[in-house]
Design a protein around this ligand. Structure first.
Ligand code: NOJ
Length: 748
């Protein structure tokens, strides 16, 4: 059945919401978007820098300063009277109407537009960011960003707060779902495409949280200790790659301290690295309440304070007038903001609200989910299920009858019609809610097997679920783990009785398939007992259709893990998430702000595993894992052959992939490099990949050019990347632990 018909319930309710809210918002006026006649900077033929310089010359000090801060956010400190013109998003910056510089309306938008609910409007929830990373698909990443960009503009926003690209050093981080996994090259390349797609819609993009905000516990108080080389080669590298590949307008600095200084007043991070070494032309804005000073932050390179004007409003003006902040510094901050506005098209293309394309959004969300869901286990080809042969299915698991879970915090997208597990009419979702999208696996499974009996059991009582499983041909258990900003996970186990539930169901029926709805890795003590495992992540608005299509073989799985699934938390670099001392606890809204402003006693995390992030840790420590980085199965099979490696400015790695099975599929072929011994690196690193569509029996030759940066190490003494002379081994295959092809070459 076509998607348009299947999704009609959601579409109709969402369209109604969107149309009503568009009508309600007709009074919305885009302050500052009026065309200022024939101002020279409105000449779009000039470069963004030229245009910014022309505007800057006309601006008063007050106008300059008004661009350097937000106007307040409810529950997070003082509100400016001007905030009434805010569109309801996380940030609102007053423009300069007399010069034709529009307001900046910012909304969180990690996997969809966050601030829709407050305005009663509709947004598509895409699969979570880590899910999209599992597609390893640059085109899908572009579409991901483009969809968010279109929906932001439709809802009256011209700046996105998405682009989370912190590397997963700590998989218990409550925001793992918002990031792009544990590899810098994969994460950086993907976020670059998300931003390209987003900014092409005339929306200012940002990447965050710069840097090393790798856990939520005590994020405002923690001081992260890490050595320069490790951070440059790991945590900062995705930012560097993204900024090199796309002209991203903004970087959001993070809450934590890094090697002593808060990230948002850390000169080394903001000026030495981003602005000088990486030649970043855009602006740095603080995370919400992450600014801690005026003079120090400004000199360190922070361009803009959010959400209010504690340090960058009147205090900044006083500091300028007292000669503590040079006007050239202010001009640089303002220039960066203006040039970003011109570069992203928000000046030339003023905001105009429109109705969100609900059906188009669902199609994109479902398509990306289908490319994101990883098949982790498929014993005796239990999957795909044969709809024609199955007589009975037991669908088991909390809320699998009504919806699929999503990730919480500022990334949260409001579902149309409200949280699927709450009574109708409950209004906007709250920060602490576990929000389930109304995408029902039970319904989509039923729709696949019109002639079979489908029984549902919520799994609350494992024995009753086991009895339901026993009487069915196949049992499908939907298990979940919820993540949110502002918290970390205590461990990697499925919460509640879910491990026991799965074990009991699997004991009752060997044809048990587990579908995981998790933000990141979980442990699976029952993995050997079940026939199939699908990692569906937080699958978004089109999740249930995507899952059903994979279960029944309408779509052949192609996704691969962007993150290692360890066997146990004992195998992680740190036994526990380091928690702040009680008195420094700051998390949670709304009183967090007061305590942030008051200053907090620092506590320490030391990332002494250094370069060994994710699979590099398990490789170096020779620890076996449950499912490795880069791993994922398909309903067909592939063979790798004919590796040749040609040295040169860009090393060329060529090989052949053949579809040796009976179904068309897409294979992500991965290339890793082992650096010379004297480089002092973990055993191998990802340096490239290619996603190949192959029909049964078809072969394709691939050549991947390796960016020299990806083969280099960071030389701290020289403050430069360096390619070490010596023997490099190139390894090619379907996952980080299955690399059938290997060739070594000497590089100078
Ligand atoms: C704090 C979060 O860390 C950040 O990601 C978000 O964009 C802001 N709040 C605004 O909601």
């Amino acid at each position: 059945m076509p998607l348009r018909v299947r999704s009609c319930r959601i579409c109709v309710s969402a369209l109604i919401v969107a149309i009503i809210s568009l009508t309600l918002s007709s009074a919305f006026a885009q302050s500052g978007s009026a065309t200022p006649g024939s101002k020279p900077w409105m000449n779009a033929k000039l470069s963004p820098d030229e245009r910014a310089s022309l505007v800057l010359k006309e601006m008063t000090l007050d106008e300059k300063i008004s661009l350097l801060h937000g106007t307040g956010m409810r529950g997070l400190g003082p509100m400016s009277p001007l905030s009434v013109r805010s569109n309801g998003g996380a940030g609102y910056v007053v423009g300069v109407p007399r010069l034709g510089i529009p307001d900046i309306q910012m909304s969180d938008a990690a996997y969809g537009v966050r601030s829709s609910g407050e305005n009663g409007r509709y947004s598509t929830a895409l699969p979570s960011d880590v899910a999209a990373a599992a597609s390893w698909d640059l085109d899908a990443a572009y579409e991901y960003g483009a969809l968010i960009g279109r929906e932001l503009r439709a809802q009256g926003y011209n700046m996105s707060l998405g682009g989370g690209v912190n590397l997963t050093r700590e998989p218990r981080n409550g925001r793992t779902f918002e990031y792009l996994g544990e590899d810098p090259v994969l994460a950086g390349s993907l976020v670059a495409q998300v931003m390209k797609g987003l900014q092409a819609q005339h929306v200012i993009g940002d990447i965050k949280h710069y840097a090393l905000n790798d856990q939520e516990s005590g994020r405002n108080a923690v001081n992260v200790n890490i050595d320069e080389r490790s951070m440059r080669e790991s945590d900062l590298l995705p930012f560097q790659i993204a900024l090199r590949q796309t002209n991203i307008a903004a970087v959001m600095c993070s809450y934590n301290r890094l090697n002593g200084d808060y990230a948002c007043e850390n000169k080394h991070l903001l000026t030495d690295i981003v602005k000088k070494d990486w030649n970043f032309k855009g602006f740095v804005l603080s995370d919400w309440g992450g600014t801690h000073s005026t003079v120090k932050a400004s000199a360190a390179g922070l361009d803009h304070e959010e959400p209010a004007e504690i340090f960058y409003g009147p205090s900044m003006k006083n500091a300028v007038e007292a000669g503590q902040v040079p006007i050239a510094e202010i001009d640089d901050h303002v220039h960066r903001i203006l040039r970003s506005m011109f570069a992203c098209g928000v000046v030339d293309d003023p905001l105009e609200r429109s109705v969100v394309d609900v059906v188009g959004g669902l199609e994109v969300a479902q398509k990306i989910a289908e490319q994101s869901i990883v098949l982790l286990k498929n014993s005796q080809s239990l999957l795909p299920l044969d709809a024609g042969k199955i007589a009975s299915i037991a669908v088991i698991g909390p809320h699998a009858d009504v919806g699929m879970i999503s990730g919480g915090g500022s990334a949260q997208v409001d579902p149309p019609g409200g949280n699927a597990i709450m009574p109708p009419g409950q209004g906007r979702t709250k920060w602490q809610d576990q929000v389930w999208f109304p995408t029902s696996p039970l319904k989509t499974i039923k729709a696949k097997v019109a002639h079979a009996t489908v029984q549902y059991d919520p799994g609350t009582d494992a024995s009753s679920a086991a009895a339901a499983a026993k009487s069915a041909d196949v049992a499908i258990v939907f298990a979940y783990q919820w993540e949110s900003e502002g918290m970390d996970l205590d461990n990697l186990s499925l919460p509640g009785n879910q491990d026991d539930l799965i074990a009991k169901v699997a004991a009752a029926n060997p044809h048990t398939v587990v579908v995981l709805e998790t933000g990141g890795p979980v442990t699976m003590p029952w993995a050997d007992q079940v026939g199939g495992i699908l990692e569906a992540w937080y699958a978004g608005s089109g999740g249930a259709d995507a899952v059903a299509n994979l279960l029944f073989g309408d779509v052949n799985p192609s996704a691969k893990l962007p993150i290692t699934f360890p066997k146990s938390v004992d195998d992680l670099p740190h036994r526990n998430v380091v928690k702040p001392p009680k008195k420094a606890t700051t998390e949670g809204e709304p009183d967090g702000w007061k305590r942030i402003a008051a200053g907090l006693p620092a506590f320490q995390i030391t990332y002494d595993e250094g370069l060994e992030v994710g699979y590099k840790w398990y490789d170096a420590k020779e620890k076996s894992v449950l499912f490795p980085f880069g791993y994922g199965l398909s309903y067909t099979s592939y063979n790798y052959s004919n590796l040749t490696v040609t040295p040169g400015k860009n090393v060329r790695v060529s090989f052949t992939v053949t579809n040796t099975g009976g179904q068309a599929g897409a294979e992500i072929a991965e290339v890793y490099a082992a650096l010379p011994q004297n480089a002092g690196e973990p055993p191998k690193r990802l340096v490239g990949w290619s996603k190949l569509k192959l029909n049964p029996g078809e072969s394709k030759d691939v050549t991947i050019e390796i960016d020299p940066l990806y083969l280099s190490i960071f030389n701290v003494e020289k403050n430069a990347w360096q390619l070490i002379s010596g023997d490099y081994a190139f390894l090619v295959g379907p996952s980080s632990q299955t690399l059938p092809l290997k060739e070594s070459v000497g590089l100078k």
